[in-house]
Design a protein around this ligand. Structure first.
Ligand code: F6P
Length: 192
């Protein structure tokens, strides 16, 4: 039976400083995750054929770079665009744009960053990805927190507007196995 593996990129320089968005490199811990990932994936995938999908951002490609499988890059897998808040910390956003901060808290699914995207926007741009995923065999997706929450909600049959609250931590490989009655999930945490 075919499976889908999900992983966030390893910890990035922006993750360390609490900044959102951007296109930063992996931190030392993030690079360590990248080095451990082939072994972690191999344990779960075995000898099945696999294709790895990444976003166009450096941190996903740096995370996938040691994986010995065919790799494909999708712009549609880039992180939720935070528009004018890109590169800020949540604290900076709260200070500079208090109304926006409150509005996002009020409705995280619908809230669209000025000049950027909402979770709903991400769900819409992921439609072709989901369609392609449904046609493919074993795929591993290395991408970003908001994007993975939407993909995860889809396969878990959770209403899309619950996407912002899905738990997708760093340095954890998530295996999804769609079955007739629902999707089976296994989470494998890297030891870093
Ligand atoms: O902090 C990492 C990150 O991927 C940001 O780039 C992104 O804006 C954020 O997480 C999404 O999470 P949330 O919707 O909870 O702010």
């Amino acid at each position: 039976p075919r499976c889908i593996w999900l992983s966030r990129h390893g910890e990035s320089a922006f993750n360390l400083t609490g900044k959102i968005g951007g296109d930063s490199d992996l931190s030392a811990r993030g690079r360590e995750y990248a080095r451990q990932l082939p072994q972690l994936v191999k344990m779960s995938v075995g000898d099945r054929p696999l294709t790895v999908w990444t976003s166009t951002l450096k941190r996903t490609q740096q995370t996938a770079k040691y994986l010995p499988y065919r790799q494909l890059t999708w712009k549609a897998l880039d992180e939720l665009d935070a528009g004018q808040c890109d590169g800020l910390t949540y604290e900076e956003i709260e200070n500079r744009y208090p109304d926006d901060f409150a509005a996002r808290d009020e409705n995280k699914y619908e809230y669209r960053y000025p000049g950027g995207e909402s979770y709903r926007d991400v769900v819409v741009r992921l439609e072709p990805i989901i369609m392609e995923l449904e046609r493919q065999e074993n795929i591993m997706i290395v991408t970003h927190q908001a994007v993975l929450r939407c993909i995860y909600a889809y396969f878990m049959n959770v209403s899309q507007d619950q996407s912002p609250w899905m738990e997708v931590p760093l340095h954890t490989l998530i295996k999804l196995e769609p079955k007739a009655y629902g999707t089976e999930v296994i989470r494998i945490k890297a030891d870093i």
